[in-house]
Design a binder for this molecule. Structure first.
Ligand SMILES: [Fe+2]
Ligand SMILES: [Fe+2]
Length: 355
């Protein structure tokens, strides 16, 4: 589909009396006026510029992470139990599926509808980072000499994983397809629902999988993998923040979309995601690994879901505390910091994990 953005430029020249300020004042996340020429100064959505600049500080490549110790541990039958290996492989399969889905979703579905150039810049950087994450998982598969068929093909053999991926795609697919365009009430709500699904993807599914790698590291197992995940987690924090800001900004710009019915849909999508995640998590850990059991796993996922509800102005649904406060050591407080989503983004040091 040809981009609507350049429509004005495709007509014969005539002097346009509009000023830049007028154009920028009318700028919106979706359905705004956008000539496609990426005028990002001054800004209408400064949060996107702030996030973009922080993303630029977060340069890293998976080759920086030393995986030699992990290979030794993986090969040593005394270090990891069969169950731990299984959990590791299943978590890796799922995060690699998620980043694959997200790379395509950002480039094919989301970016096409955005009419704010500064948000476009941040999303393009996000797409690059998702591609980097895809590459990170393949680096892990190769470094640990895993069978790629085992990891990448798992969703074709494992019904739980297949259905979880299917659930992730459910509301994203409502805005996919060349013909989809925002501009009607129904389509704008579909887009907003997909943005909430991005929060679910970035902020619930990933966090649950990351916790598995941190649990292993906390028990001195697979430290390189946990470091890789920390780099990825640092990126995902910003993706999560970006989509929370996008949802809250669309709510401000088009408050008519945020109906009681819509809030119910958003809540049900989050509850459904929690149920899928809990079911999957329980089947992954079996009888439990390293202090992780069915109860605290479920409580953790519910806690994370409440954080996401709060961030988009909804009431917490589960009202539970974080059963793994130690996780803060890995995420630098991103999980529970009260003003994380409204405050200024942290200054990150280039290429290091000293956040
Ligand atoms: Fe990612
Ligand atoms: Fe992401």
């Amino acid at each position: 589909m040809a981009s609507k953005k350049f429509e004005n430029l495709m007509q014969d020249f005539k002097v346009d009396k509009k000023t830049n300020s007028e154009i920028i004042n009318k700028r919106r996340v979706i359905n705004g006026e956008d000539d496609g020429l990426m005028q990002v100064s001054p800004l209408k959505h400064p949060f996107a510029d702030e996030i973009f600049k922080t993303m630029l500080h977060n340069n890293w490549v998976p080759q920086e992470v030393y995986m030699g110790k992990d290979l030794e541990m993986w090969k040593d039958p005394k270090i990891l139990t069969e169950n731990e290996r299984r959990v590791f492989e299943r978590s890796l399969a799922f995060v690699s599926n998620l980043d694959g889905i997200q790379t395509d979703n950002i480039t094919s579905n989301i970016l096409r509808q955005i009419t704010s150039p500064e948000i476009t810049l941040a999303l393009i950087r996000q797409a690059y980072e998702e591609a980097l994450h895809v590459h990170s998982y393949s680096t892990m598969v190769e470094a640990l000499e895993l069978d790629p068929e085992e990891i990448y093909g798992m969703y074709r053999r494992d019904q739980g994983l297949y259905e979880k991926n299917q659930y992730v795609l459910k509301s994203l697919s409502k805005i996919s397809g060349d013909k989809f365009k925002t501009g009607t009430f129904e389509n704008d709500q579909a887009f907003l629902e997909a943005c909430v699904s991005n929060i679910i993807l970035e902020g619930i599914y990933f966090y649950s999988a990351f916790m598995i790698f941190y649990t292993l590291k906390r028990n001195n197992k697979m430290p390189g993998s946990a470091e890789m995940i920390q780099f990825i987690n640092r990126d995902e924090d910003l993706h999560l923040r970006l989509f929370i800001k996008i949802v809250n900004e669309i709510k401000k710009e088009q408050p008519e979309l945020w109906t009681e019915d819509f809030k119910q849909i958003a809540l049900q999508n989050i509850i459904g995601a929690v149920e899928h995640e809990v079911g999957w998590g329980k089947s992954c850990i079996n009888e439990g690994i390293l202090g992780l059991n069915h109860n605290n796993l479920e409580q953790y996922i519910r806690f994370v879901a409440d954080m996401r509800l709060l961030a988009i102005g909804m009431k917490p649904h589960y009202n539970v505390t974080n059963p793994f406060p130690w996780i803060e050591n890995f995420t630098q407080g991103a999980m529970t910091e009260v003003n994380f989503f409204e405050g200024t983004v942290r200054e990150y040091a280039t290429g290091t994990l000293q956040w």
